[in-house]
Design a protein around this ligand. Structure first.
Ligand code: SF4
Ligand code: SF4
Length: 68
């Protein structure tokens, strides 16, 4: 299974990763980081196809995806 790392303290909650993931891996959490932004969680990492759309397009470089 793919490993997906999200640096929640860097995330600004823009939701781009949620919209760009073709496999609906992400959902927004119900938690806020220290800056007050709601950040996403990788709820379905088993669906990931390692396209890296999320990692490449996150404007804050908050996501890192790798093969396990
Ligand atoms: S694209 Fe990056 S900054 Fe935007 S919600 Fe996702 S992890 Fe956070
Ligand atoms: S690598 Fe692709 S499939 Fe996997 S979580 Fe990111 S956007 Fe979704």
């Amino acid at each position: 299974m793919t490993k997906i790392y999200i640096d929640k303290e860097v995330c600004k909650g823009c939701r781009l990763c949620i919209h760009l993931c073709p496999k609906e891996v992400y959902e927004m959490s119900n938690q806020r980081n220290k800056k007050g932004y709601i950040f996403p969680e990788a709820k379905h990492p088993e669906k990931c196809i390692l396209c890296k759309n999320c990692e490449i397009n996150c404007p804050d470089l908050a996501i890192y995806v790798e093969e396990d």
